[in-house]
Structure formats: C-alpha cells, structure tokens
Design a protein around this ligand. Structure first.
Ligand code: ADP
Ligand code: GLC
Length: 476
C-alpha cells in the first residue's frame, strides 16, 4: 500500500498549529505498520533548508494555468525519500505561510490551487501513483476534486478536516483562473452562496472524510458547529469518520525533553515542582505554593481567548499565577502586549516559542483551554503527558480526552458553556482541587499514565485505507 500525504504544514519544517504536528506524527505512525507514505508540502521561505538538509532534485513540474505557467522545483531531504517539498518563488517565497496577522494573502487560492495541481503532476511525472492520497484542510482540498473530476485517476482519496471554520472560500473567478470548469460551479459541487468553496469540494469528491475526534464529527453536522457546511456533511455522512488525533510520544516526553529544567516521569513526578520553581523565578512570578495556570495557543476566537481577555481582572486578583503564551489575530496581540508586565501574577508572551511552551507544560499545575470549539486539541494531551491537569470547555476533542473529576475515574475539570462565569467557576474548582494535595498529586500522576499516543488511531486510519483500497466491510 502506497500513500501520499499532502499538507500545507508539517512539523518541524513549518508550523502554525496542530495540523503540522499531526502531519508529522500520523504518517510516521502509519509507516511503522509497513505502509509506504510520502509526505508533500510547499517549500516556504520560512523553512530552514540548511538546518534540515533540504536539497534540490532534478524534478521540475509545470502547472499550466490559463493565465500563466507555474514551475515548481522539487526538493527532498538528504538521504530521505519520505518528504517532498514543492518550490515556486512567486507563490511561496513569502514571510508567512498564509498571510500576516492583518489577514490572508489575497492570492491564496492560486498558491494552494497551483500546488494542488503540482502534486498530481508529480505523480504523472515520476510514475509514483499512490493507492491513497490523504489531504488535509482547505489548502489541499482541491486535490480530490482534480483527481476525480479532471484527471479521472484511479486513486482513492481521503480528506481530513482539522478545522471546519477555515474553508478556502473565494470569488467565482477562480473557476476560470484555476481552470476548474464551470460545471463544478453548482450546489452539488464547489458553489457556496455564489462563491467557490474548496473544502466543500473535498467533502463532495473524496472517497472518505475524516475529522479529528468523534465528538467533532458529530458537532460539524449541526448548524452550531458546521460553519455553513453542516448540510453538505449530513448529505455525505455515510463516509464521515471521527478519529481522535494522538501526540508523538518521542517528541513530547518529559523524560527526555531537552528544553525543560529537570526531566521526570510518573515515578519522579516531584521533579515537576523543581520545574515550577525555576519557571516562576525565570519569568518573574513568585510563590510556588500558589497554583500555576497556563494558556498556550493561537490567539483566535476559537480558543476562547475573549473569555480570558474578559476575565483578566479577576485572574489578576486571584491567589494564583498565570502564564499566557500565544499569538494570532492583531487585536488580541495588541491587547496582550498592552497588559504585559501589568499584573505581578500574570506572565505574558506574545509570540510563537516552542522551548518556552515546553517549560510551561512541564512547570504548570493546570492548563486552561476555554475553547469555543476544538476539533481535537493537542495541548491538553501534551499537558497530561507532562502531568499537568486540564481545565477545559467540554467540546470536540476536549470532551473526548478529558473526564471531569466529579465523574467516576475523572481526572480534569470541564465546563459546559463558553462564558466568563463558567470559566472562572472552573478555575475555582481547580484551585479547590489544588488545595486537596493528596487528590491533586494522585491525579497528576494518573494523567501521565493515560495513553494519547498514535497507536490506536493510526490503526483506524490504516483500516480505512484498506477499506478504500480493497473494499473491506465498514466499522472504523
Ligand atoms: P490548533 O491547531 O487549533 O492551533 P492544537 O491544540 O491542535 O491547536 O495544536 C496546537 C499546537 O501548537 C501545540 O503543539 C501547541 O503546543 C502549539 N502552540 C500553539 N501556540 C503556540 C505558541 N505560541 N508557542 C509555541 N507553541 C504553540
Ligand atoms: C486544528 C484544530 C485542532 C486540532 C488540529 C490538528 O488546528 O483547531 O483542534 O488538534 O487541527 O488536527
């Protein structure tokens, strides 16, 4: 079985969020089962070619679009045929993956549209025809459309929705510019309220659609969470599967993490307290007897960042420390920058900083995730792997990975509605739990033993690939 995995970001080369982590760790887990997977992504300016040993090959791909021909040079890693990088200077030699904080690049349809063509032209040019093409999110959503409708290739396609809020919606002129054919501009294909919707195309044309948790699979079929595509998904629900993401246990491991102050595992968890003490010292916070709450994530509405913003005064007056790391929409960046250093118990860093995030996971008592919606969420799994308890809104993958302490065998704190009142009540429940030291210590040790590795989910994907290729009976 040969699989081509196509994504707009892959860790460690380029990352804006969990999509990159999954695009690294899922193919890795699948290939450990003897399946040949090659991964493909655009070669952005921000990818450090030297550091990763990314080298030019002699493969050159031409994408002939009506207005212009785009040439992609193919790069690969030294001594490694698992990754292929597609380079076109005009389209990808830019400072950001998708656009600056002010907004997306206006020609993203062209950037990712041309890349989608280039992937298929790569199969033609190299003769590497995979059995399955696995695409991800709107950026690669045209690939199944092109494979089925334009190239009519005998390749099965599976598309994973990591976040249905981002659909790739553009004006109808892209039909001409990307030479898609006006027959696709109808309600049963790409047309979406007079515009062109890339993600809708993938939902309609893929042989299977997956999303990243069972709860989110149900949620996106409802108007509340479907962002206008719930009806299309309901019409295609026979091929929709919710498969929970995992995290890479080699990358996220407090026993070997080179960035944290002291390594530890569940049997030496007391060293977590040393991490906390050193973290507080380094980042200007004080009093290790207080609980330390952290937030790490994109500053976007999805993550409940408004709720944190609205609660900041209450947090500032609490007998607790907070550390907030993130970046994203300009309004939030500006707000958090403006209150940096204002409250002695709140440390804030606006930016993307993986080493700091690791120190935070290792040092914290609680991770906050007040998400409005959360397709899967990796932070909560990483946090638990580092013995940090989770305080989260009960939605999507958070509902699938955290059980509230009021339930039998519970080990986290969940709240139902994304409101300031419920969020603050949840923090107070966490503080109460923190005071009950015996229970708190038992739970933080327990969460370290939970299994959030890719093992069981990778088997579900493999079963789905086999089902698509050989027509096995259903039941993922
Ligand atoms: P999403 O993909 O919606 O942003 P996920 O929970 O799936 O959320 O994945 C987020 C990933 O990005 C995690 O690995 C998290 O640690 C990381 N991350 C998010 N923001 C930052 C940041 N500012 N600095 C470092 N790592 C971050
Ligand atoms: C998206 C989602 C996040 C998920 C990630 C990886 O960015 O917002 O919940 O964990 O994709 O699938």
């Amino acid at each position: 079985m040969k699989v081509a995995f196509v994504s707009s970001e892959i860790y460690p080369f380029a990352k804006t969020g969990g999509l990159a982590d999954v695009s690294y760790s899922l193919p890795k887990a699948i290939s450990q089962h003897g399946i040949k997977v090659i991964s493909m992504m655009p070669l952005y300016k921000t990818v450090d070619r030297e550091k990763f040993g990314i080298q030019e090959t002699d493969i050159e791909i031409e994408v002939n679009l009506p207005k212009k021909t785009y040439t992609f040079k193919i790069y690969k890693l030294k001594n490694n045929v698992k990754y292929y990088f597609f380079y076109n200077k005009e389209l990808f030699d830019r400072d950001y993956l998708y656009g600056p904080p002010e907004g997306d690049y206006p020609d993203n349809y062209l950037r990712f549209g041309a890349f989608s063509y280039a992937v298929i032209e790569f199969f033609k040019k190299t003769g590497f025809y995979p059995d399955i093409v696995h695409t991800n999110d709107w950026q690669t959503a045209l690939i199944p459309v092109l494979i089925k409708d334009k190239y009519k290739l005998d390749i099965k396609t599976i598309h994973t929705i990591h976040n249905i809020a981002y659909q790739g919606v553009f004006e109808s002129f892209v039909i001409d510019e990307l030479d898609l054919g006006w027959h696709l501009f109808n309600m049963d294909a790409l047309e979406f309220y007079g515009k062109v919707n890339f993600l809708k195309g993938a939902i309609v044309f893929s042989d299977a659609i997956t999303t990243v948790s069972p709860t989110y699979a149900r949620e996106i079929c409802t108007p509340e969470y479907g962002f206008g595509l719930d009806g299309v998904l309901r019409a295609h629900c026979h091929k929709l599967y919710g498969i929970l993401n995992g995290i890479d246990y080699d990358i996220w491991n407090p026993e070997t993490d080179p960035y944290i102050y002291e390594n530890y595992n569940e049997t030496t968890i007391e060293k977590k307290d040393i991490n906390k003490k050193k973290f507080l010292e380094e980042y200007g916070l004080s009093d290790e007897t207080k609980p330390l709450f952290i937030f790490i994530g994109r500053f976007a509405k999805q993550k409940g960042i408004d709720i944190i913003q609205q609660s900041i005064l209450e947090m500032a007056s609490m007998n607790a420390n907070f550390a907030i790391l993130g970046s994203g929409d300009k309004v939030y960046n500006d707000f958090f920058n403006s209150i940096r250093n204002k409250y002695p118990n709140i440390f804030i860093k606006v930016g993307y900083d993986e080493p700091l995030s690791r120190k935070m996971y290792a040092s914290a008592d609680f991770l906050l995730m007040p998400s409005i919606y959360e397709p899967c969420g990796l932070n909560q799994m990483i946090a638990m792997r580092y013995g940090t308890l989770v305080v989260a809104r009960k939605t999507g993958g958070l509902a699938d990975t955290v059980i509230d302490i009021d339930l039998p065998a519970g080990y986290g704190i969940l709240f139902e509605n994304p409101t300031k009142t419920e969020f603050l009540r949840a923090i107070n429940r966490a503080k109460e739990l923190y005071r009950d030291k015996k229970r708190f210590y038992r739970l933080r040790e327990f969460v370290m033993t939970l299994d959030f590795s890719w093992e069981s989910s990778a088997s579900k994907y493999i079963r789905l690939y086999e089902e698509l290729k050989f027509g096995f009976p259903k039941g993922v």
